[in-house]
Structures are given as C-alpha cells and as structure tokens.
Design a protein around this ligand. Structure first.
Ligand code: EPZ
Length: 441
C-alpha cells in the first residue's frame, strides 16, 4: 500500500487582533495571462511584480515545454519566446492549471497553429472554453477537438487570422483575453462586444500596447484591436492583486482590527469597498510612495477601520459588479455579522462548497441552489476544516482568525496556488498561526 507523504496543515489560534501594514503582491490573474501574452513577441519580455505562486510556476512549466526560455529572480520574470515550437503543452500540468489554455491565442496568431489540451473542469465548475474556440473560429481558425486536445490551424493559405466583429454571449474574462491576444497580430480590425471589463483585461491591453499592439476600449464592454505585423520587447509591471487585497481587508474586518494595505489600486476594489462600508467598516485610501502601473496609475495605501458588523446581501457579477473571487471570504465575514444576509453566486455553478466547512465552525448558513442564506452568529468555534478550492481556503483561514480556539485548515495546496506568503504576512500582522506536519499522520 503506498503511503502518501503527510500533507501540511495550517493551525490557527483565533480571536487575535491584527495591526500594522501588509504589502500586496502582484496579481495572479494578470501575471498568468501576461506570461501567455509574452509568446506574441519574438523578443525578450520582462515582467515585474510577479507573485511567487504555484500557479505561476505551473505556467512557467507550460511555456518551457513550448520552447520559451524563462529566468525568475525574486519578483522579476524574464521571458524569451524567440524560439517557440507548436508542440503540445503537457496534459498533467494543463489539468492542474486551467489558465494554461491562454497560450492558444498567442500560439495560433504567431505560428498559425496550436495544440493545447482541453482544460478540465475544477472544483467550482465545468469551466468550458466554447467562447474562446468560437472567437478563434470567427477569426478564420479551423478548430477541432480530438482526444481531449484542441487543434487550431489557419484555414487555407491565409497567413494570418482575420480581424472580425465578435459578440460574446457572456463577458468571459478568459475568452476576452484569448481573442484580444489573437487579434493583436491578425489582419485588420477586431471588435469584441460584450467584453469582460476586469482590471486584468486593462493590464493585458496595456502590456500588449507596450509591445507595439493597437488595443483600445479595454475596461469597457467593447474592445477594438487593429492588427499589427509584429510586436517588440517590453519591460512591464503587473498590477497589484485586488483579490489578495480584498482578502486582507476582510481579515481586518473579521478580527475587528485596523490594518493598512500598501501597493494597492483602490479603484480595482470599488465593489468590495462599497460592501465593506455597507457591512459597517470604513476603508480609507491614503497616498503611497508606490509604483506607477499600466503607465499611468499610481498605487496607494488602503486602511480599514473596523466597526459593528451588519449583514447585507451580495450578488456576484462580472466586473464592475461584486467579484466572485471574493464571495467565499465575504460569506465567512457575514457569518459573524448581525442579522441576515443572502449571498447569490451567479458566475460559477459550484462555488458554495466552503459553506459546509464553515458550518463545522458553528455558523448558521443554508444553501438553496446558488444562494447562501446566512444568519449571523455572535461567535464561531475553531475546528478541523478542509479547503475545497483556492478562495474557499482563504475563507477558512479568515474564519479561523475570528473563531474561538484552534482551527486546523487541511488542503493547503489550494491556498498555495493563489496567495504569496500568506502565513508570513498574517503573522507579521499579529495573527497566531503556523504550518505544521500533523503528528502521527
Ligand atoms: C477568470 O477565470 C479568473 N481566472 C477566475 O479566478 C475568476 O473567478 C473568473 O475569471 C471570473 O472573474 C484567471 O484569470 C486565471 P470566465 P475564467 O471565463 O476566465 C463561463 C481565482 O480564484 N464560460 O469569466 O475562467 C464559465 O463557465 C480564479 O483566481 C463559458 O461558459 O472566467 C463561468 O461560468 C477562479 N464559456 C463564467 O463564464 C467559456 O468559453 C465566467 O468564466 C468561458 C467561460
């Protein structure tokens, strides 16, 4: 019988106030797509403010398998895609990192061919890529799926993808990014309507334009791309991670602590800040001697001043609506807020799995379809809990910070995908937690 190596767990002693400052890392969901976007250029690209995460390492493995040369020094990633080959990205890595599908657009538009394993579903949903595929087909690609591999080729003797108008049935972040990247080197103009408006889309457009592309309208629901013949080297700062920032704001709220976040772009957190105000907390933006991002946005500091917590309703929506990636964290916060809250998850079909684990800690939450009906309780108690996906794991850590007694979070591989040095950052704020290998395991 094979005995698996014992998996580490996170032990948290709750009801500790936090204080001090925490620096927010670069955005995972921007860095991943910019890494794929670097394939568009045959010169060297430098990405700065790249977070040190398992998902980033996995994307690096995908790029290396395609012949891309990578060198990471701290948060600086040098990428050289001069000699890429259209081999197949390895399925075992693709199946663990859905974002690896982002390479299909750049490979196709640069080489005229791409073979990428179909990313599977994950804990939060089926995660289809039909909108990506239909966009590439609209631009003149022949796309077929054989044995779980997506084969994309230019039809006939056309040397390039052809610009066209594409209307997205849903403002999919990934599909918008795939089509945007493919269109940068296509023939003519591409217009994406009902496009996603997330800050990571704007970061990608700024990155592509810094390489010499011609993208306008990013951040609105209509993005226009004039194809160019080639792109050149770029040195680019990834925007701060608005979801990590939101997670730390909730850490302050849920422990009734005043803490300050540095290197943040407050406007990226507008829906999250609005909800924290509704719940009873103040969030104050202060100037920061921070960096400039995307060529023109200066980072700031965000200070949360806690208050009495009151329940409210949340509906997750595409940006600028309330982000689905913050839903689990707010479910934990609302579980100890006075009164009732209804949380509706409209983006993914299976993103309420953290509720069952929060129930083990004495919360009062009922799931009805894609709604979580929360009745706030004054105190929750520590317990052993199992993380089911990335943001659920963050929610369980936050609940552990607020709970009476000890919480042991299992399934830390989920957490390590998306949070850089979370324990160290929380410990520096005064939290009592440590990662251990359980004895006798
Ligand atoms: C990105 O995923 C993020 N991941 C997700 O963050 C985030 O939750 C999501 O956007 C929404 O904001 C990265 O950027 C790497 P979508 P993505 O395409 O692009 C359906 C995290 O925790 N859809 O906007 O996959 C899909 O099933 C992760 O950091 C189709 O039906 O999100 C879902 O219901 C989780 N067909 C909805 O659209 C398609 O072709 C939104 O998906 C594509 C998507």
């Amino acid at each position: 019988m094979t005995t698996e190596a014992p998996q580490p767990v996170l032990e948290i002693l709750g009801r500790t106030s936090l204080r001090g400052e925490v620096q927010i890392s670069g955005a995972k969901n921007s860095a991943l797509v910019l890494m794929a976007g670097s394939i568009l250029c045959a010169d060297k690209c430098t990405l700065r403010n790249v977070p040190n995460l398992v998902d980033i390492k996995r994307m690096g493995q995908i790029l290396t398998s395609l012949g891309v040369m990578l060198k990471q020094t701290d948060d600086v990633l040098e990428i050289d895609a001069k000699n890429i080959n259209p081999t197949e990205a390895p399925y075992d890595v693709v199946s663990q990192l859905r974002a690896s599908f982002f390479v299909i657009g750049p490979l196709l538009t640069r080489l005229g061919t791409a073979r990428v394993p179909l990313p599977g579903g994950c804990a939060i949903g089926a995660r289809p890529v039909d909108l990506h595929v239909r966009g590439l087909q609209a631009m003149g690609a022949n796309v077929s799926i054989e044995d779980g591999i997506v084969h994309a080729n230019l039809v006939g003797n056309k040397g390039r993808l052809q610009g066209t108008n594409i209307y997205l049935d849903y403002p999919s972040v990934g599909a918008t990014e795939t089509i945007l990247m493919a269109a940068t080197l296509a023939e003519g103009e591409t217009k994406i309507e009902n496009a996603a408006q997330e800050p990571e889309i704007v970061d990608l457009a700024n990155f592509c334009n810094a390489m010499g592309a011609n993208v306008s309208g990013a951040g609105t629901n209509t993005i226009t791309i004039q194809g160019v013949s080639e792109l050149h080297s770029v040195d680019y700062h990834v925007i701060p991670d608005r979801i990590e920032a939101g997670t730390f704001l909730v850490a302050g709220a849920i422990t009734h602590s005043e803490i300050t976040l540095t290197s943040v772009i407050p406007e990226h957190l507008a829906p999250v800040i609005a909800k924290l105000n509704e719940i009873g907390c103040q969030v104050i933006a202060e100037s920061d001697d921070g960096k400039i991002f995307g060529g023109n946005v200066k980072s700031q500091r965000l200070r949360i001043v806690p208050g009495e917590l009151y329940g409210t309703d949340i509906e997750t929506l595409p940006y600028p609506g309330f982000p689905t990636d913050m839903q689990a964290q707010f479910t934990a916060l609302l579980s100890i807020s006075k009164g009732n809250s209804v949380i509706s998850e409209t983006v993914f079909e299976n993103r309420l799995r953290h509720v069952a684990e929060l129930q083990r800690m004495g919360t009062n939450i009922r799931v009805k379809g894609n709604h979580a009906i929360v009745q706030g309780v004054p105190i929750i108690s520590g317990a052993p809990v199992m993380a089911t996906d990335l943001r659920a794991s963050a929610a369980l850590v936050l609940a552990g910070l607020a709970a009476e007694g000890k919480t042991t979070v299992h399934g830390l591989h989920h957490l390590d995908r998306g949070y850089e040095n979370l324990e160290a950052k929380l410990s520096n704020l005064g939290a009592r937690l440590k990662r251990i290998i359980p004895s006798g395991s």
